[in-house]
Ligand binder design. Structure first.
Ligand code: AMP
Length: 128
């Protein structure tokens, strides 16, 4: 069950600030506050979807098109240059990394790893 008090819903509603990259009618992207790479951006739909499967199953064609348009424009805006990672976590007990914000988001990462990258990954794996 989607809970609209999550931090990304607050960013979408403009209740808390974010460093925005791209925004359209259906989606927006903004920098992750705890980056694992020099360029670490989160792409989120504006609609209320808990995870990637929920979004893929229930979002309208217009929402899905808007989301992917935002994704492409974000990749161009931050300059991923064909070398990047994309991931999405789902659930509190996912095999590798747990989801911590229950509003669907893609992580888009490019550029050099941050000094904190391995610490963050270790912390995420140690929660298992
Ligand atoms: P996940 O664990 O896949 O749900 O990822 C949630 C991500 O949201 C983490 O990488 C956090 O660093 C990031 N995050 C949490 N709060 C904020 C915020 N206010 N603005 C930007 N990123 C955030």
């Amino acid at each position: 069950m989607y809970d609209s008090s999550n931090v990304f819903a607050k960013i979408i509603r403009g209740e808390i600030p974010s460093k925005k990259v791209v925004e359209n009618e259906y989606a927006l992207s903004f920098y992750d506050v705890n980056p694992m790479c020099e360029k670490h951006v989160l792409v989120v739909p504006k609609g209320e979807y808990e995870n990637i499967l929920d979004f893929a199953r229930r979002a309208s064609a217009a929402e899905q098109a808007g989301f992917w348009d935002c994704f492409v424009k974000t990749a161009d805006a931050i300059g991923v240059a064909g070398e990047f990672n994309v991931f999405a976590n789902a659930g509190l007990s996912a095999p590798l990394f747990n989801q911590s914000v229950f509003h669907f988001h893609l992580h888009l990462l490019a550029g050099e790893k941050t000094a904190a990258c391995f610490e963050i990954m270790k912390e995420m794996l140690c929660q298992k």
